[in-house]
Design a protein around this ligand. Structure first.
Ligand code: PEP
Length: 249
């Protein structure tokens, strides 16, 4: 039985004081949720305040990115040890916005995952196809390439995969439960080639315009084990509703 995993990706949103305010409304409302792993990924500048305010709660902290070197002359970058030191348990790696705007190639993604795991961080590994790739019938091909290259030489421990079709991110256009299940089943099959039966334990999240309204219909899919949520995680009420989804048909 895979425990649902629901993570908020705030992207470049919220100052430190907005982060504190969110947490003060959110944490008490979800304090009794024991059957979901709940994760917040604020921007780097809010990690310290979030870490302080999430201490002794059931909400875990994640960063939105990482650099793969341990330290040195890499202006603007943040190392795995810095994230551990500030209280992060997870890091998002390979988000499509990083791939698209910051040249995070499959090779870079792979190096980042290796570095994160070496430091003891769990990884939320993002993959997904563009609309053009889907329309060209290349969805599985893209997923296969991203999985093979991204997870090269990496064991499955503490890896969470997020399937995020680019055409659904921030567009208000969610994948249908059928589309999500089809992609997730394919991803699990590919993970099975790498990890055998252990692939059954890997959480595969759906991401792309998740809302309180569509969360339940996605979560009833066999291979959808949670969500990576952007826009709808920025409001306390809406993220509470997502985290407390019903989980039934
Ligand atoms: C994301 O960027 O990870 C995401 C899923 O965004 P949104 O929920 O806003 O589509």
């Amino acid at each position: 039985m895979r425990k649902p995993f629901i993570a908020a990706n705030w992207k470049m949103n919220k100052t430190s004081s907005e982060t504190r305010e969110f947490i003060s409304g959110f944490v008490p409302a979800v304090k009794d949720v024991t059957d979901v792993d709940i994760v917040l990924a604020p921007p780097f500048t809010s990690l310290a305040i979030a870490s302080e305010n999430l201490k002794n709660t059931n909400v875990l902290l994640a960063a939105q990115d990482i650099f793969y070197e341990e330290k040195g002359a890499y202006t603007g970058e943040v190392s795995p040890l810095m994230l551990i030191d500030i209280g992060c348990k997870y890091v998002i790696i390979g988000h499509s916005e990083r791939r698209q705007y910051f040249n995070d190639t499959d090779e870079v993604v792979n190096k980042k995952i290796i570095a994160a795991k070496k430091a003891g961080l769990g990884v939320i590994f993002c993959i997904g196809e563009s609309l053009a790739e889907r329309d060209a019938g290349k969805t599985f091909e893209v997923l296969q390439r991203e999985i093979i290259n991204g997870l090269k030489g990496i064991d499955e421990k503490d890896i969470v995969v997020a399937y995020e079709p680019l055409w659904a991110i921030g567009t208000g256009k969610t994948a249908t439960p059928e589309q999500a299940q089809e992609a997730h089943a394919y991803i699990r099959e590919r993970l099975g080639i790498l990890y055998g039966n252990n692939a059954d334990e890997i959480r595969i999240l759906y991401g792309g315009s998740v809302t309180p309204e569509n969360m339940n219909s996605l979560m009833v899919c066999n291979d959808v084990d949670g969500a990576l949520v952007g826009g709808a995680s920025l409001k306390v009420e809406s993220f509470i509703k997502i985290v407390t989804f019903r989980g039934e048909q």
